[in-house]
Design a protein around this ligand. Structure first.
Ligand code: SAM
Length: 399
């Protein structure tokens, strides 16, 4: 056992201390705490250790609200107050930007109104009839009865999942504004879905290995006065309250009569919001069902000025020829590829709205984009409360 003083926090919400001068990462450890720990993994340049006992606790320490917190690994910051999680996220982003020497305006934060039970999607593993999450970076399944971050109607489903008779597989539960549920399952086994067993819930679709065995393979989502069809395999923002705020930011920052390119468009949400003010919106997305949803959403919301395109950004951006005024970029965690960064940098596009769910790849991309653009707004949206993940909204204007 080793005694370690926590010197600072890392980007994954872990405490950092030293064992014989070797950097050591510890989950559930706060700055200035002194802990007794044991090493779980010894790597060449660092250790991963587990706290066994707190010899000196931080006055900032809070009791986690979830009984599965210590094992599960889905949340990382429940041992902090909500205010401190926001402070931590802001400092994390500031440090990442500072390291890359990226000049930026003061970072604002939009808080999450519902800090718990906010997630409208939960992805679980089923192993030998047990349902839960894999412990971080392991194959060890931590069985859960409910998730403190998921909406109540999703947790209500968890009680009944065993009745589906699945021993091994993956399950995603999605819920919309009206508590309608899509169950998306991957398994080699026979799934027994009996409507009468789910009477107390509004299950609108059960999809097994991409085939619909009950209801539909989509639901409708309502947000900021818009209606969106969302297929079972299409992306939708996981936090409705924060998504609402994001939509408002998009609307505020789009110029009247501008021409907009919406990259990584999903079912077309941000483009549809932008199309209220823009004269034309072109959107590009890789998932076929999402693009089909976008075409449907265009009609549902009576928008004539949207042009959805199916394809990869990497391959298709070089082929798109139009003089865009604004590009919206909302990529997955990996961010932009090098060629797309270059193309956007060298384009004549006046405004870039970059929405990112990973500040590390955002900073990598901004480092190049700031040769051509100035960052005018930087806003953290607390989309993923009590986890170390950060959603950022960044407005760039051509220099
Ligand atoms: C973070 S989501 C954003 C979706 C949408 N902007 C929204 O707010 O609902 C990222 C989207 O990028 C899509 N995507 C991932 N890789 C892609 C690629 N290489 N080219 C185009 N789209 C991609 C995903 O399918 C997903 O819909």
């Amino acid at each position: 056992m080793y005694e370690v003083e926590i010197k600072r926090m890392d980007h994954e919400g872990r405490g950092i201390g030293y064992i014989e001068n070797k950097v050591t990462f510890l989950s559930n450890a706060l700055q200035n705490e002194i802990v007794l720990c044991e090493i779980l993994e010894e790597k060449k340049n660092y250790n991963i250790a587990k706290v066994i006992e707190y010899k000196q606790k931080s006055p900032k320490r809070r009791v986690p609200f979830c009984p599965f917190y210590e094992q599960c690994g889905g949340c990382h910051l429940e041992h902090m107050s909500y205010e401190d999680t926001l402070k931590y996220k802001k400092e994390k982003v500031e440090n990442i930007l500072k390291k890359e020497k990226i000049q930026h305006p003061k970072i604002e934060t939009i808080e999450n109104a519902l800090q718990k039970n906010y997630r409208n999607k939960l992805s679980l593993k089923i192993k030998e009839g047990r349902i839960g999450f894999y412990q971080k970076k392991t194959n060890i399944l931590i069985e859960i009865k409910e998730c403190a971050l998921a909406r109540g109607c999703i947790n209500q489903c968890l009680e009944k999942i065993r009745k589906l008779g699945i021993k091994n597989g993956y399950l995603t539960i999605r819920a919309n504004y009206n508590e309608e549920i899509l169950l998306v399952i991957e398994t080699k086994e026979q799934v027994k879905f009996k409507e009468e067993e789910w009477k107390d819930q509004k299950v609108v679709g059960v999809i097994v290995n991409n085939k619909t065995i009950y209801g539909n393979n989509f639901f409708y989502e309502r947000m900021n006065g818009f209606l969106f069809k969302v297929s079972y395999d299409a992306f939708f923002q996981i936090n409705p309250y924060i998504a609402n705020k994001l939509f408002s930011l998009i609307e505020e920052n789009i110029e009247e009569k501008s021409i907009v390119l919406d990259l990584y468009a999903g079912v077309g949400t941000l483009g549809i919001v932008a199309s209220k003010k823009a004269s034309k919106v072109y959107s590009l997305e890789i998932i076929k069902n999402a693009i089909l949803d976008n075409l449907e959403n265009k009609k549902l919301n009576k928008r004539e000025n949207i042009y959805p395109m199916l394809g990869e950004v990497e391959k298709n951006l070089p082929k798109i020829k139009d003089n865009f005024d604004t590009i919206i970029i909302d990529p997955p965690r990996k961010g932009l590829d090098k060629n797309s960064r270059n193309l956007i940098g060298k384009s004549k596009v006046k405004k870039v709205i970059y929405i990112s769910c990973d500040p590390l790849t955002l900073a990598r991309d901004l480092k190049e984009l700031i040769n051509h653009y100035e960052i005018k707004k930087f806003i953290i949206l607390d989309m993923f409360s009590y986890t170390y993940h950060v959603e950022s909204f960044c407005l760039l204007e051509r220099r």
